[in-house]
Ligand binder design. Structure first.
Ligand SMILES: Nc1nc2c(ncn2[C@@H]2O[C@H](COP(=O)(O)OP(=O)(O)OP(=O)(O)O)[C@@H](O)[C@H]2O)c(=O)[nH]1
Ligand SMILES: [Mg+2]
Ligand SMILES: [Zn+2]
Length: 307
């Protein structure tokens, strides 16, 4: 059994149980039934492999272990196809920023829905707090309240000023953690700061144009010296939702999920049905309007998907 640490297209970098590193590839026909993804094997997968060439340290992958879970995004080339970002995760840290670049609540909500759907617990980490002025400071507190009220942990950090970094680091021990978020939010900078021995490529401050230039191009997993693993990923520009029906969308909003049985109709979509407990909660202020607006807008985007 070996674990996939990086995929660069046709070759995979894998580590066996003894910690030895190999280049591995799939040979011939190799198809995993039940899911249609653009990548058959992803970072975090466990694989069975045969030695292909002893001198060159290469393996041939013959089978893939069952995935505990995985996170996908829709393929940039085809919205109805998945790209598996990583698998077998214990948690994901969503890196967000309020400035340079700005992460929208809509993006955060889409990410949280994906994580809920695939059963991966998420923590939201706002980086670049050194750039906050009063306006952003107020915004941060407001956003923190929205997400903490519905059960997500929200943290703030500045890699630049080394503030809050250790608190985030302390979440990593003995877990496999996915780092995710837009390009330029500081995912690779975080790994570099906390684990300088890995020295990843990041964009330097003067070179970062704010145009969403991607610095990390392939997802890659690293072993942590104190136990655990961390996965750096390329920034996501937009997050398409795959495989979620209109009917089940509200199940992935924890504050709506809690009320679903109280709606008059059991197929209530919480739009304008009578006796809707979700709408009542929105009107009473116990469900935040921004989250409800996000819900409606995502519902609408699912409707537009051509099937
Ligand atoms: N002011 C400020 N800048 C930061 C902070 N953290 C990272 N940066 C800068 O943000 C830019 C982008 O950082 P990266 O670590 O490359 O971002 P990334 O999320 O890995 O981006 P991709 O690999 O493209 O997805 C760099 O110029 C960093 O120096 C911070 O806390 N404060
Ligand atoms: Mg990066
Ligand atoms: Zn309802």
């Amino acid at each position: 059994m070996a674990t996939v640490y990086k995929s660069t297209g046709s070759w995979y970098i894998v580590q066996d149980e003894a910690g030895k590193i190999f280049n591995a590839r799939i040979k011939g026909k190799f198809k995993i039934d039940s899911i249609t993804s653009t990548n058959p094997i992803a970072v975090g997968d466990t694989v069975l492999a045969d030695l292909e060439n002893e001198l060159e340290n290469t393996l041939t992958i013959t089978d893939i272990g069952e995935r505990k879970n995985y996170i996908t995004r829709s393929s940039p080339h085809n919205r109805n196809q998945h790209h598996i970002i990583a698998s077998n995760l214990d948690q994901s840290l969503l890196f967000a920023t309020l400035k340079d670049p700005k992460t929208s609540l809509g993006f955060i909500d889409r990410f949280l829905i994906t994580s809920e759907a695939y059963h991966v617990p998420s923590v939201i980490v706002f980086n670049k707090s050194d750039l906050y002025r009063q306006k952003e400071q107020d915004r941060f507190l407001a956003v923190k309240e929205i997400y903490e009220n519905i059960g997500y942990k929200v943290m703030s950090m500045s890699i630049e000023k080394n503030e809050g970094v250790n608190e985030v680091k302390s979440l990593l021990k003995d877990k496999t953690t996915l780092l995710s978020g837009h390009s330029g939010v500081g995912k690779s900078s975080f790994i570099n700061m906390v684990f300088p021995e890995l020295s990843l490529r990041t964009q330097d401050v003067s070179g970062w144009s704010g145009k969403g230039l991607h610095t990390t191009t392939f997802a890659e997993m690293f072993n942590l010296s104190f136990g655990g693993r961390i996965i750096d990923t390329p920034g996501i520009r937009e997050l398409g939702l795959v495989d979620i029906t209109k009917q089940e969308l509200s199940h992935y909003f924890p504050e709506m999920r809690a009320l679903i049985n109280e709606c008059q109709f059991n197929n209530c979509m919480h739009i304008n049905e009578p006796g809707c407990a979700v709408k009542t909660a929105v009107n009473e202020g116990t469900i935040h309007t921004d989250r409800y607006v996000s819900y409606l807008s995502i519902l609408d985007s699912i409707e537009k998907k051509p099937y």
